[in-house]
Design a protein around this ligand. Structure first.
Ligand code: ACO
Length: 328
């Protein structure tokens, strides 16, 4: 690999809306309980947007990442937003963020791989950046899941939260953070999680009613994760000449604390290597991994440039799943 083709993580930032909804708050209109939600999912509260759009959350996370790095938005050549809750079909969230932050030189587009979106977007950004003339790329996972869930459906409404996390990638000559990846999709099982379905409607068709809200077979996805994710993590680590013991932290998509525990058990790795913040944020879909990464950096558990080894793993709608092996 020639110089100036290597891509490293330069900084990370996050933003969540101020408004917090606790499990007890949800019992005001849902037949649920703090005990059920905490014991089945690990979630205690979630942040919910009252006025801010997906682009607003992503813009604030992007500002945070740029500020931490001391990099001007004009130097960014690529903005990718991973989201399954965009504000519109057009313009993309990424284009709105590009305008909001003033990244006038950047190309910008969205990726939808549901809860695997941040892993997919990072994979694409790393390759585009290393092949481009630009120095910096912003990869953002951002969601306002509160606008896609049915707030009367207790089986999904209790799970999700809003937020955004942004990662600034830098092309440089000494450090390449992206050691390997193993990323998959199985569209044949796509009906296990459906959201935002729109009916074909034109003068030639009879209008069909469709449920626009997120519908999920939680049990199907739970089983799929237990079968696919441990194998996926093992593959990305071992195919790149490492052992699971060489990995400092496994940052899994924050969907369910029981799922994370089951994956740690299957891999025979201590649960301490699987950090969690689902108790505070719920499932923020494509935003969960960068929000967790930022939390760990803020806590000092992870230091950029430290040569720590991480696995970032997403899984969810599509169905999609995948892992990145990262050397900081
Ligand atoms: N409060 C009280 N009871 C509830 C609630 C609730 N909020 N929700 C469901 N129940 C009830 C059900 O009605 C059911 O009752 P029944 O036995 O009388 O029929 C019972 O609790 C058990 O329901 P299950 O769905 O079997 O509960 P489970 O233990 O599977 O937990 C959960 C559900 C939390 C959704 C779990 O299956 C899960 O986490 N799945 C994985 C989700 C995931 O990872 N998604 C991918 C990412 S999302 C994305 O891509 C956007």
């Amino acid at each position: 690999m020639s110089s100036q083709k290597k891509v490293k993580i330069r900084s990370v930032g996050k933003y969540v809306p101020d408004k917090v909804l606790t499990n007890d708050d949800l019992t005001e209109w849902l037949d649920t309980s703090d005990e059920w939600i905490t014991s089945r999912t690990g979630i205690q509260q979630r942040h919910i947007s009252t006025v801010e759009s997906t682009a607003d959350l992503c813009t604030k996370a992007a500002h945070e990442a740029l500020k931490k790095a001391g990099v001007a938005a004009e130097a960014v050549g690529l903005v990718i937003v991973a989201t399954m809750s965009p504000d519109a079909q057009s313009p993309s969230v990424a284009c709105t963020v590009q305008a909001n932050i003033g990244a006038a030189q950047a190309m910008a587009f969205d990726i939808n791989a549901a809860c695997s979106g941040f892993v997919y977007a990072s994979s694409v950004a790393e390759k585009m950046l290393s092949a481009s003339p630009y120095q910096y790329a912003l990869v953002i996972g951002g969601e306002v899941m509160s606008k896609v869930v049915d707030w009367q459906d207790r089986s999904t409404a209790v799970l999700f939260g809003d937020g955004a996390g942004a990662m600034l990638l830098e092309k440089n000559s000494d450090t390449h953070s992206f050691i390997g990846e193993d990323i998959h999709a199985d569209g044949s099982r796509g009906r296990s999680l459906v959201s935002g379905e729109t009916a074909l409607e034109n003068p030639l068709t009879i209008k069909r009613e469709m449920n626009p809200y997120l519908q999920m077979s939680g049990r199907d996805i739970f089983d799929f994760v237990i079968r696919s994710v441990p194998k996926n993590i093992r593959t990305v680590v071992e195919d790149n000449g490492l052992d699971l013991e060489d990995v400092d932290y496994f940052l899994l998509h924050q969907a369910n604390a029981r799922l994370i525990k089951a994956v740690s058990k299957k891999l025979k790795q201590p649960i301490e290597k699987f950090p969690q913040n689902i108790q505070y944020f719920g499932n923020t879909s494509a935003a969960s991994i960068p929000i967790l990464l930022d939390d760990l950096i803020e806590r000092g558990d992870i230091q950029l440039g430290s040569k720590q080894t991480l696995v970032l793993t997403g899984f969810g709608g599509g169905l999609t799943w995948g892992s990145l092996l990262i050397n900081l």
